[in-house]
Design a protein around this ligand. Structure first.
Ligand code: NDP
Length: 451
């Protein structure tokens, strides 16, 4: 027994924190976690989960249209945002309850309130104070907003989930994951959407073909893009908001949603008091074992600003707990992490883009197919899907795989195993396709394209 109240105290009950707490407790540690908001964190409460529910809702408008090509005649359709948001609230409350029970059943004490470090072993939560041998910081990130006049009239994705009504006219600012996902959601649900982005095609950092196809298809679906554009000001008016772009163009809308990135949530945590080093971007630097510069203080998830994805935080939290309390030595492997964008169309990607491949692997062979998915033969929709393989020329390993189109994230999850573990193109070729599917393209691509 130590003199500390707990063996582990976790600040933040999001994906990484809850996983670490449960696993550590399972290894026999005395564990507590504190949370200032709701158990579940960004992913469950105001991120991945509610976003995907809204994304499902948005897709029905196209499904109804497509159904007509298959003989269905649908009557008049109406959509109720308040009903959707109410249903979403209920589901999130259910999941939050599950997370709370998971902690309780694992024997983890939950403190409701903000945790502030007093020193390397003590945390204050409201008027309570606890000590722990080890402390894990898992406070995640928060939306970041650029500064311009009237920024206080804008919202982030956090507030978008809570809007009382669907705004008829929306400006979405940014060209990344959240911007593209919400542009698709608002558009699918019937809002008029203008997406303002400083770049020339959405999803910077993704493969250029992915960016090209997503930008084209989003445009086709009615997103009104302003590229190479920034917001100069937002002014509140009697009947909405007046947005002025740096170009001088103005537009009247009902809502401006910023999706300009997220920042680590490290301010006011008492990190200085505990001597924890903080980088200029507010993140906490850690090594592969989640160790900060202070022995006994660790950090996982978005606060470390490496890969801002829930499954990464989960694995970091799990590996930390196994290493510190389970007698194992587990380092999180950040190589070849698959990811998806639930835009419309959807994107799934694993491995390197064509641009990155040139830097990391030298000469590559590119296989690419752009085609109309079978469903759209009868639906009449002109939307095209993209499948792309990037193959290292010398060893013939498939080092990048990119899909745009229906079920892209589901497809890529399966193929991610093959990419991560270095399968070669001939091993792809030797795998028989599932017919008729879109994904079979990925094992039947034979002709390289000039790159
Ligand atoms: P992203 O980094 O994906 O996108 C931020 C966007 O804001 C970029 O288009 C960027 O432009 C633009 N931007 C940044 N600074 C400025 C500025 N000063 N003025 C104008 N525009 C600016 O961040 P998100 O907020 O969309 O998402 C945060 C993270 O959350 C993602 O990186 C991802 O890891 C995670 N996430 C994952 C999801 C998923 O797995 N499906 C869903 C949602 C989020 P530029 O491209 O030029 O830099």
């Amino acid at each position: 027994m130590t003199d500390f109240d707990y063996d582990l105290f976790v600040i933040g009950a999001g994906s990484g924190g809850v996983r670490a707490a449960r696993i550590a407790s399972g290894h026999g540690a005395r564990v507590a976690v504190c949370e200032e908001s709701r158990v579940g964190g960004t992913c469950v409460i105001r991120g991945c989960v509610p976003k995907k529910l809204l994304s499902y809702a948005a897709h029905f408008s196209e499904d109804f249209e497509d159904a007509e090509g298959y003989g269905w005649a649908l009557g008049s359709k109406t959509f109720s945002w308040p009903k959707l948001i109410q249903a979403k609230h209920q589901e999130i409350a259910r999941l939050e309850g599950i997370y709370q029970r998971l902690l309780a059943n694992a024997g983890v004490d939950l403190f409701e309130g903000r945790g502030v470090l007093l020193d390397a072993h003590r945390v204050r939560i409201g008027d309570q104070e606890v000590s722990a041998e080890k402390i894990l910081i898992a406070t995640g990130g928060r939306p970041w907003a650029p500064d311009f006049p009237g920024v206080e009239h804008t919202i982030s994705s956090d507030e978008a989930f809570e809007l009382e009504d669907l705004p008829p006219r929306v400006v979405v600012y940014g060209g990344g994951y959240i911007a593209c996902e919400f542009a698709g959601i608002f558009n699918g649900l019937g809002s008029q959407v203008c997406q303002v982005y400083r770049g020339d095609e959405v999803l910077r950092g993704f493969d250029h073909d992915v960016r090209r196809v997503v930008t084209r298809e989003m445009t086709e679906k009615g997103i009104d893009f302003r590229f190479s554009a920034t917001i100069a000001a937002v002014e509140k008016q009697a009947d909405g908001l007046l947005v002025t772009l740096a170009s001088g163009e103005t537009m009247q809308v009902d809502c401006v949603m910023l999706a300009t990135g997220r920042e680590p949530y490290s301010k006011g945590l008492g990190l200085e008091a505990a001597g924890v080093q903080v980088a200029d971007d507010g993140s906490i630097p850690v090594d592969g074992f989640a160790r900060t510069n202070v022995p006994h203080i660790f950090a996982v998830g978005d606060i470390t600003n490496r890969i801002q994805l829930t499954p990464v935080a989960l694995q970091e939290g799990h590996a930390f707990a196994d290493t510190q309390f389970g007698g194992l030595s587990r380092e999180t492997d950040h190589f070849c992490v698959p990811s998806a964008v639930f835009s419309n169309p959807q994107v799934g990607t694993v491995g390197v883009s064509e641009e990155e491949a040139a830097q990391h692997y030298g000469p590559v062979d590119i296989y690419r197919s752009e085609f109309r998915p079978m469903k759209h033969t009868l639906s009449g929709r002109q939307e095209k899907a993209l499948m792309k393989l990037i193959v290292e020329r010398t060893g013939q390993r498939v080092v990048g795989l990119h899909v745009v189109g229906p079920d892209a994230p589901e497809i890529v999850q399966g193929f991610a195993v093959a990419i991560k573990w270095g399968l070669r193109k001939d091993q792809f070729d030797a795998t028989i396709g599932v017919h008729p599917t879109a994904a079979e393209e990925l094992v039947t691509l034979r002709q390289t394209v000039s790159n």
